[in-house]
Design a protein around this ligand. Structure first.
Ligand code: NDP
Ligand code: GDR
Length: 357
């Protein structure tokens, strides 16, 4: 791109956790940012309210377009209108457990949706002018083949979500090799924040810890407490996405903290930060769980949250991203849990809580 030309980014999944953080980052860097949001019967733009700009305002830097990864004509038209210099494909049916219930839809959005976007770039002859980021995932590693997991670790997907993302990963590599596109995969390990969706385990736990502390909830039902995850902060991970697209050459990178934590320890931390120190009684997933000093059972394992096939252990090796991108994480899981609990406590003090699992 000629120097001095304004960079234009198109973000799919702009209403999600990462879409919100990435929009903030790119706006702060002077980008014109376009996001694709789905039509929904109620507002789904809560995470980007603070950067929303009225369509009637002149010289807007943030624009929203209705669209869907399952609709090729819509994607082609948006890419043609926006003419982005960078596309970040963050949209996905991103819940692993839900993918077992909606496998075909998940494949359509997460696998073929990626192909549709790459084809839009190709059909419009933008292979050399538009860089592409694919939101790949540590779920690709699935059944443990090697730890810590790095770019060269073999994949073994364990869910319809991971199988769909495997296609997204390889079609991105293929378009890079076949058409010389600047297309990169970020293989991101779990990243969380106060903006994390309420049904992912960290946020489910921090909201429940806050609600129990405020006397609004008695108990939290969870699934596999023995799973281990490498949890980092979403704000830091979107910076890594941007860094990948600023490289001269496209490539694939792991972003991770290199530290892994049991779900049960995240539970303990979150409740501790909410002012409810808890003792764990026994080991194993069928155990009733944690109790307070007064004997109340606060956590109960409910098998309905078990997955037909589980990913037991994720721990990433971010050496390549450290060395080639200069990317580093700053926030570890303990600090992350605290930030999320404090944010939920603050939000919940002023607002009624909604249900959900
Ligand atoms: P979220 O679930 O918070 O956001 C997903 C976004 O995709 C939402 O904006 C959602 O819209 C949108 N979306 C879902 N289906 C479609 C569709 N068919 N067409 C258009 N948009 C759609 O995910 P995150 O922000 O956490 O993750 C971003 C991406 O990174 C996802 O692809 C995820 O799979 C991947 N990823 C996430 C990791 C994590 O730990 N967070 C780790 C590794 C990869 P709506 O708001 O309407 O639901
Ligand atoms: P994950 O995240 O599947 O790793 O995918 P999630 O937070 O859903 O689960 C993490 C682990 O916690 C266990 N678990 C529970 N999970 C949920 N959601 N609800 C529960 O009640 C519960 N109890 C225990 C799970 O079994 C699992 O082992 C996330 C998503 O953001 C993906 O899009 C992304 O690709 C990966 O992270 C990296």
């Amino acid at each position: 791109m000629p120097q001095g030309t304004k960079k234009v980014a198109l973000i799919t999944g702009v209403t999600g956790q990462d879409g919100a953080y990435l929009s903030h980052l790119l706006l702060s860097k002077g980008y014109e940012v376009h996001g694709i949001k789905r039509r929904s019967s109620s507002f789904n733009t809560g995470r980007i309210e603070d950067i929303y700009q009225d369509p009637h305002v002149d010289d807007r830097q943030f624009h929203l377009h209705h669209g869907d990864l399952t609709d090729s004509t819509n994607l082609i038209r948006i890419v043609q209108d926006v003419k982005p210099s960078e596309i970040y494909n963050l949209a996905a049916q991103s819940h692993v457990a839900v993918s077992f219930e909606t496998p075909e839809y998940t494949a359509n959005a997460d696998a073929i949706g990626t192909l549709r976007l790459l084809e839009a770039i190709r059909i419009l002859g933008m292979e050399k002018t538009c860089r592409f980021y694919q939101a790949s995932t540590s779920e690709l590693y699935g059944l443990v083949q090697e730890v810590p997991q790095r770019e060269t670790t073999p994949f073994y997907p364990r869910s319809p979500y991971a199988a769909a993302k495997l296609y997204g990963y390889w079609i991105t590599v293929n378009y890079r090799e076949a058409y010389g596109m600047h297309a990169s995969n970020g293989i991101l390990f779990n990243h969380e924040s106060p903006l994390r969706g309420e049904t992912f385990v960290t946020r489910k736990i921090t909201r429940a810890a806050a609600a129990v502390a405020l006397g609004r909830q008695e108990k939290l039902y969870l699934g596999n407490l023995d799973a281990q995850r490498d949890w980092g902060h979403a704000r830091e991970y979107v910076r890594g996405m941007w860094m990948m697209l600023q490289q001269d050459e496209p490539d694939d990178y792991v972003l991770a903290t290199g530290e892994t934590t049991y779900v049960r320890d995240f539970v303990r931390w979150a409740f501790e930060d909410a002012g409810i120190p808890i003792d764990f009684r026994g080991e194993g997933v069928d155990e009733k769980g944690y109790s307070q000093a007064d004997g109340r059972v606060l956590i109960e394992v409910d098998p309905r949250y078990f997955r037909p096939t589980e990913v037991e252990l994720l721990i990433g090796d971010p050496t390549k991203a450290n060395q080639k991108l200069g990317w580093r994480h700053e926030t570890g899981p303990r600090e992350l849990a605290r930030e999320m609990v404090l944010a939920d406590l603050e939000a919940m003090r002023d607002a009624p809580i909604a249900g959900g699992d």
